[in-house]
Design a binder for this molecule. Structure first.
Ligand SMILES: C[S@@+](CC[C@H](N)C(=O)[O-])C[C@H]1O[C@@H](n2cnc3c(N)ncnc32)[C@H](O)[C@@H]1O
Length: 272
């Protein structure tokens, strides 16, 4: 892969794993470990190391999606990486699929969905607040270096949204997702998966009832707890603090609606 160039973003990390996301410009950059000149990054490759004026080492990396999401501008709560990873995996998302998403918020989930479906896929994202839609588009475009052709961002209410095709997957991150289940159940193909994230358990029960009423089966509900550990020569133990509860993830599969039983054939009239 080509070396870093001027105008690109670089992730500087210390030996202890502290991170700084910095745009490469003709300027010095200082942190508590000392100062480097950013033009010294130009031409170097990922994994290379620069020494600050005080002799501390800074490693150079390209930004990961996790780092980008945690550093990007946001005006809404975003879905955390541990939940994003689980949602994409349990949705069994593949390149080329057509996906419907609502709401969009700051675009954290949109970024993960776009990367998973690739250039041949299609993501239709519905957000009712224009200012959040604009921010999400800005975050997505900055990450991909322009608006990806696979991304359609619609300003509107998911409850009134219609489409001329069926989608493979639906992702919901809404305060009252159960109001969206009926409308989206008409837009997802049979066998397709719906994935929803809700912080409160009351929301989960409303969702379960609505999913059952709208032709979804195999509903599973879980949460993801990620506990980081502090490991060095002297210690190997969990950190004192963790991001404990974020949300409950629900995954459900769209099934064929039960057709009404065919009426029994009328008895032939007795000819006698
Ligand atoms: C928590 S944020 C979504 C965050 C997003 N998943 C992310 O990771 O950045 C919820 C979003 O749903 C939007 N929203 C709420 N009700 C909606 C509706 N009925 N139709 C469309 N968007 C809606 C809100 O405006 C808000 O932007």
């Amino acid at each position: 892969m080509a070396g870093f160039s001027l105008g690109e973003w670089v992730l500087l990390t210390s030996q202890k794993g502290k991170k700084w996301l910095v745009k490469i410009e003709d300027a010095p950059y200082s942190c508590h470990l000392g100062t480097i000149h950013l033009t010294d990054v130009v031409g170097r490759s990922e994994g290379d190391v620069l020494e600050t004026g005080t002799g501390a080492k800074l490693f150079l990396f390209r930004v990961s999606l996790e780092d980008y999401i945690l550093n990007m501008k946001r005006q809404t709560q975003i879905i955390y990486p541990k939940d994003l990873a689980a949602m994409v995996f349990y949705a069994d998302l593949h390149p080329g699929q057509t996906v419907l998403e609502s709401g969009v918020g700051s675009g954290a989930l949109s970024l993960c969905l776009l990367r998973a479906i690739g250039e041949r896929g299609r993501l239709i994202s519905v957000e009712k607040r224009p200012e959040f839609a604009a921010l999400a588009m800005e975050n997505v475009s900055r990450y991909f270096g322009g608006r990806p052709p696979s991304f359609e961002l619609v300003i509107g209410d998911i409850q009134d949204f219609g489409l001329h095709c069926l989608v493979d997957r639906v992702f919901l991150d809404l305060p009252e997702p159960w109001h969206a289940v009926g409308p989206v159940s008409r837009l997802i193909r049979e066998g397709g998966l719906l994935v929803s994230l809700s912080p409160n358990v009351g929301q989960v029960q409303w969702m379960w009832r609505e999913l059952k009423a709208c032709g979804f089966a195999n509903v599973s509900t879980f949460e993801v707890l990620k506990r980081d550990w502090k490991v060095d020569e002297l210690r190997a133990r969990p950190f004192d603090r963790m991001v404990a509860h974020t949300g409950f993830i629900m995954v459900a599969r769209k099934v064929q609606r039960q057709r009404p039983a065919a009426a029994a054939p009328e008895k032939a009239a007795d000819p006698t």
